[in-house]
Design a protein around this ligand. Structure first.
Ligand SMILES: [Zn+2]
Ligand SMILES: [Zn+2]
Length: 88
């Protein structure tokens, strides 16, 4: 569980939260956003990422907030293209 130690400093209760996608209690998080940015009305550990269970992470790669952002900002671009472009 070294992963969680890197993510945030807080109590176990604070770090184990319902997945924003399916509601499953999880200690896993979205890689792309902070919980306080997405749900400012709730109490979060400092720099805590948005809770996203491993099932949804595997399924969607990012939380529903990030998916919504992605849909809005990149609707005219090709979906699901990883930015692995290298300069030549
Ligand atoms: Zn989930
Ligand atoms: Zn996210």
């Amino acid at each position: 569980m070294a992963f969680m130690e890197v993510i945030a400093f807080g109590t176990q209760e604070m770090l184990t939260r319902p997945c924003v996608d399916c509601g499953t209690i999880t200690g896993s998080f979205c890689d792309y956003c902070r919980a306080a940015d997405r749900m400012p009305t709730e109490i979060w550990a400092q720099n805590q990422a948005t809770p996203l269970c491993t099932t949804c992470d595997r399924k969607y790669d990012k939380c529903r907030f990030c998916r919504a952002d992605h849909a809005q900002t990149q609707e005219t671009q090709q979906p699901m293209v990883q930015d692995t472009t290298t300069a030549h």
